[in-house]
Design a protein around this ligand. Structure first.
Ligand SMILES: CC(C)(COP(=O)(O)OP(=O)(O)OC[C@H]1O[C@@H](n2cnc3c(N)ncnc32)[C@H](O)[C@@H]1OP(=O)(O)O)[C@@H](O)C(=O)NCCC(=O)NCCS
Length: 168
């Protein structure tokens, strides 16, 4: 199938669209796309459309579900464990821009890995910032911006995300 794509689109065209290629419902595309992740565990699912950049640095465990309109910048390294639920419109970015110098566009990017442990639930529209670790079983409320680590079983909400309680 990969060879067929290259034949139809031409090698360069296929390479050019690769980083921005949105997920689609078509099964064969999903099969190809899953193979481009560093790891993609059994029974994990992705809902269309979602965008993954730096896929070779993104690991997804087993039994995890990624909702629609999720955008993951994986270039700095993103590890998602087993049984993780990521709701729609979540942004996970392991990259940011250095803002020193005159032009941000030409400033170097700064990368820091993100770890999302087993059994985490991330509510809709949350943003997970570079370098953050979210501990096992933690819950991130809808719309939260997570700028620092969240311990296991904590429930964190708001901007910036703060712990309001722990799961029992
Ligand atoms: C985080 C969450 C799980 C907490 O649920 P809960 O335990 O029932 O929390 P409560 O409703 O008792 O709220 C506790 C407090 O946190 C606040 N709060 C709850 N969720 C919040 C959120 N996402 N952002 C900001 N504050 C929030 C409440 O206003 C309340 O504040 P108060 O004590 O000052 O009144 C839930 O609110 C949430 O965000 N769920 C995500 C839903 C979602 O994204 N679904 C998509 C499909 S998976």
């Amino acid at each position: 199938m990969k060879r067929m794509l290259k034949k139809v689109l031409g090698k360069n065209a296929a390479d050019a669209v690769r980083p921005y290629f949105p997920m689609t419902r078509s099964k064969w595309k999903l099969i190809l796309i899953k193979r481009r992740f560093k790891e993609f565990g059994e029974r994990s699912t992705i809902t269309s459309p979602s965008i993954f950049q730096g896929m070779e640095n993104i690991s997804i465990g087993k039994d995890s579900d990624i909702g629609a309109f999720v955008h993951i910048w994986g270039n700095g390294g993103v590890t998602i464990g087993d049984g993780v639920l990521i709701a729609s419109h979540v942004v996970i970015t392991s990259l940011t821009h250095s803002y020193s110098g005159k032009q941000i566009k030409n400033a170097p990017t700064v990368a820091a890995p993100i770890h999302i442990d087993n059994g985490v639930w991330i509510g809709a529209h949350a943003v997970i910032m570079p370098g953050v670790t979210i501990g096992e079983g933690a819950v991130i409320g809808a719309g939260a911006i997570v700028t620092s680590n969240v311990p296991a079983m904590a429930i964190a909400v708001g901007v910036p995300a703060r712990i309001i309680k722990y799961r029992e």
